[in-house]
Design a protein around this ligand. Structure first.
Ligand SMILES: [Zn+2]
Length: 364
């Protein structure tokens, strides 16, 4: 299939607009129109992983972490990033990264961790703001069903697990077209009054172009009146970390053991146990120390994440147990997640899981 087909699927799953500002997710190398025959899925993209792709005859590497974060002004092979990039170009292996956009969607990296730990009723721990807008438009009653269906199809009307959400109120609109107009109803040069329905519906701001196109296409009027309003609401399906419940509450020691086994940790760095049962757990794949306050506020008994610094451990203050399980350990199942998602959508496309442990950290 074409690379662009796979990209379209991945970016519907985790839109690039949901990546953090420091990130560089998306297609890093390769022509989207090229044909791809086999993809290698990995957590990191290192020289070893490119060698593995060559050996396994893969022409695409889909990794969680992008090989390149910042700009590159020269490519001389002076470090592993450049050497890896040069090798991928020379062997014409396309590189695609799906990083913080996959962290931030509800069915992403953190959902995989909660699934592994056997959690239920999981929600985004810190939903993002500033991602939603509202469309208000006005439409004659007999066409309202068509217009609503079109904007829903384009991505409007989704609130958490509910779809096709809108508010509709009756009223009438006035308009007077000048000599250059060709109104569908009324007469040009005269004020016309028309019974209309006001439709209000929420949408993710990255879908604005698609939704306006659907609106203009489905609406009967020559000139469509509409308002777009930015909202301050949280987007409950998009954000950092996840919080949920264990199926059965556990002793803290037993839970630590469960984490260690499930997440295949050599060691866990954790703060003082609180001598209480564990029921509510917050998780974040990768560096999630910034979520500590939200995890405490949401009454999590444990925060499982990675990359805590010494002084940050003090902030637990007996209100939560921080369990730092390691960055690689927390995200190791991301490649299985990607494998399963791609395989489900394209069952005939050849996929290989990287067998290389890219963790740069050793334990002694
Ligand atoms: Zn990471």
């Amino acid at each position: 299939m074409r690379l662009s087909e796979l990209i379209k699927f991945l970016e519907e799953l985790a839109p690039l607009q949901y990546q953090e500002s420091y990130d560089n997710s998306g297609l890093l190398y390769g022509n989207p129109n090229r044909k791809i025959t086999k993809a290698l899925i990995s957590l990191d993209c290192t020289e070893e992983v490119v060698n593995e792709a060559i050996k396994k005859k893969c022409d695409l590497i889909v990794s969680h972490h992008p090989l390149i974060f910042g700009g590159i002004s020269s490519l001389t092979g002076k470090n592993y990033v450049e050497r890896t990039f040069i090798k991928a170009i020379q062997k014409d292996i396309a590189l695609y990264a799906i990083h913080t956009n996959l962290d931030n969607v509800k069915a992403g990296v953190n959902a995989k961790i909660t699934q592994k730990l056997g959690m239920k009723d999981c929600q985004i721990l810190t939903p993002k703001k500033g991602l939603l807008k509202k469309l208000i438009t006005f439409c004659p009653a007999e066409k309202v069903g068509k217009v609503r269906a079109a904007i829903f199809e384009a991505g409007a009307g989704n609130i958490s697990d509910y779809s096709e959400c809108s508010f509709n109120s009756e009223g009438y609109g006035t308009f007077k077209g000048n000599e250059g107009t060709d109104p569908v109803v009324g007469v040009k040069g005269k004020q016309n009054q028309e019974s209309e329905i006001k439709i209000e519906s929420i949408f993710p701001k990255h879908s604005e172009g698609k939704i306006l196109e659907a609106l203009f296409h489905s609406h009967p009027y020559e000139e469509v009146a509409y308002d777009i309003i930015p909202l301050d609401n949280q987007h409950k399906m998009i954000g950092s970390g996840m919080i949920g419940l264990l199926h059965k509450e556990m002793d803290e020691k037993a839970f630590l053991k469960k984490i260690k086994t499930t997440m295949r940790c050599k060691s866990i760095r954790y703060t003082a146990l609180r001598k209480k049962k564990v029921k509510t757990v917050a998780v974040c794949g990768g560096s999630g120390s910034f979520l500590l306050a939200d995890a405490i506020r949401n009454k999590a008994d444990f925060l499982i994440t990675a990359d805590f610094k010494y002084h940050q451990f003090f902030d637990a203050e007996g209100k939560i147990v921080i369990a730092d399980i390691g960055h690689y350990e927390s995200e190791q199942f991301t490649k299985d997640l990607l494998y399963d998602l791609i395989n489900k959508k394209f069952p005939k496309f050849a996929l290989r899981l990287s067998e290389i442990n890219t963790n740069p950290i050793n334990y002694y």
